[in-house]
Design a protein around this ligand. Structure first.
Ligand SMILES: [Zn+2]
Length: 520
């Protein structure tokens, strides 16, 4: 089945101020979720059902799904006896788990993987993500989201927490993520990770314009959710350092007034703390506390460079952390003290981080790396066991997003977000089912995925996106981004080939020439 065509040609353009009529315009651009697979009453069967809930691990188990909801969890034989006519998916081998929750990513990086692998975070932000952010569009956001949805689903992800980071003054590009999520059926929380402090003279460094995009993104999510799409909104703070004091204060006021939860980054690299101390006289976590950011539910990526006092603040205010082991290792950022945070009562989920700092959206890889990094850091193989890692990647991720009443475990009453792993060598022998999942499972094992009761992956194939068509669709977009951002001319991206492209608009050319020295 092909992907639903939702026509991003009507994408909102930025620049105008918000208001009631703006919201109506947004509503017109939000696609309907019809066209996705119907919800079919099903009994899903596996050798082991790892519920991450009160039922524990069920041998030769099954989950009964009806109208998008989990109705019952138990032994296959008992459930089957009561439901002789309900279709069964699964042959009784393999594993059935709750859908994985990718607690932190950036779909703004969907088309720009694999560059700058030898750079630190600040260098990478300045040379790669900054120039790209100037030229991202709604169309690139939507098509990139659809592309990465394939990778997310085929690695067992059913919920994704996104922060779209861009600085294109002329396009409310973050709204494209809503289109992409709705058309693929993924459960998602979206945010716009605005930054205005690094180049205060730049045209996008306009607090009113940024708050307009936040309002329009929230409105697009409300409209999509009203039509049944499993999407939510958080207020995005790219980083504290990346925002002017004016924008930080405007954001806190908006979150108070509108009851918005927050998605940001905290304590990712040591340089962040040094710069924050120089700017405000305190590190980022105490500064966020002082600003009032922790009055609202807040999920922060990383939490690597935390002091005991920081941990106390996080725990005391219910701040959740998304641990991104692969991105932390690629950028050489440091090691998140997961056991210490968990012992203090901090909820810690697992994320891939953006496709450009990872450089993929393979959640199974992030799950394995979360375990391995903790072990090698502590020189202790027992420091973070497999059931704990699975819980972090499911229930704790859902809790970090305030979604644990809906997702994160296989329990009657929750929405049917399930992943069946079957048919492959890597799940063929389950001496220890959870250990095999965390350390041995690969995307090849992901056979079926349901989100909100819709079977989006069937028999190892993503049925809501034609993967080959989507790859062809995004290739010219990725090439255009490489050219317009200047990364092709700088030799950082080799995607565009020889420089035979049309000239870029002068303001964008100036921007990337400031950022990227082609002679380097
Ligand atoms: Zn991030």
């Amino acid at each position: 089945m092909g992907r639903v065509d939702v026509g991003f040609g009507s994408a909102r353009r930025g620049g105008a101020r918000g208001g009631g009529c703006e919201n109506r315009a947004v509503a017109e651009t939000v696609p309907r979720s019809d066209g996705l697979p119907e919800r079919v009453e099903t009994l899903v069967r596996a050798a082991w059902v790892l519920t991450v809930g009160p039922d524990g691990d069920v041998a030769d188990g099954a989950v009964h799904v009806r109208d998008g909801e989990i109705v019952a969890v138990g032994g296959y034989d008992e459930l089957r006896a009561d439901l002789p006519d309900v279709p069964v998916v699964g042959d009784g081998t393999g594993l059935l788990i709750p859908g994985l929750v990718n607690a932190h990513t950036h779909l703004s990086e969907a088309l720009t993987t694999g560059m700058g692998s030898e750079l630190t975070l600040f260098e990478w932000g300045q040379r790669i993500v900054g120039p790209l952010g100037c030229v991202l569009t709604t169309g690139a956001a939507r098509e990139g989201t659809v592309l990465r949805a394939v990778e997310l689903l085929l690695t067992g992800v059913t919920t994704v927490n996104d922060m779209f980071v861009h600085s294109n003054r002329d396009d409310f590009a973050s709204l494209g993520v809503v289109d992409g999520l709705v058309s693929t059926g993924l459960r998602g929380v979206v945010s716009f990770g605005a930054e205005d402090a690094y180049d205060p003279a730049a045209p996008w460094a306009d607090v009113a314009r940024i708050m307009d995009e936040q309002d329009d993104l929230a409105a697009a999510v409300r409209t999509a959710a009203a039509r049944g799409a499993p999407v939510g909104f958080r207020y995005g703070v790219g980083t504290l350092l990346g925002q002017s004091d004016e924008l930080l204060e405007a954001g806190v006021a908006a979150c108070r007034a509108r009851d918005w939860a927050v998605h940001t980054h905290l304590a990712e690299v040591r340089e962040e703390l040094v710069a924050a101390s120089a700017r405000w006289g305190r590190r980022t976590i105490p500064h966020a506390l002082r600003l009032g950011m922790f009055e609202r539910p807040l999920l922060a990526g990383h939490g690597v460079w935390v002091t005991e006092a920081d941990v106390e603040i996080l725990a005391g205010h219910g701040v959740a952390i998304a641990h991104n082991p692969v991105a932390n290792m690629i950028l050489g950022s440091g090691v998140c003290p997961v056991p210490r945070l968990r012992a203090a009562g901090v909820t810690v989920g697992i994320g891939t981080d953006g496709a450009a700092s990872n450089d993929s959206q393979d959640m199974l890889q992030a799950v394995k790396m979360a375990a391995l990094l903790a072990k090698v850091h502590a020189v202790d193989p027992a420091v973070l066991d497999a059931p704990t890692v699975l819980r972090m990647a499911t229930l704790d991720g859902a809790r970090a997003l305030g979604l644990d009443h809906l997702a994160g475990s296989l329990e009657p009453g929750k929405r049917a977000d399930l992943v069946l792993l079957q048919d492959t060598v890597c799940v063929s022998m389950l001496h220890d089912p959870c250990g095999q999942l965390v350390y041995g499972a690969s995307p090849r094992a992901v056979r079926d995925v349901w989100v909100d009761g819709r079977r989006l992956v069937a028999d190892h194939t993503c049925v809501v996106v034609d993967e080959r068509d989507q790859i062809e669709r995004v290739r010219p977009l990725a090439r255009r981004l490489a050219i317009d951002s200047g990364l092709a001319a700088a030799g950082i991206s080799r995607l565009a080939g020889p420089p035979d492209w049309a000239p870029r608009p002068p303001d964008r050319r100036r921007r990337w020439e400031e950022q990227v020295d082609p002679d380097e």
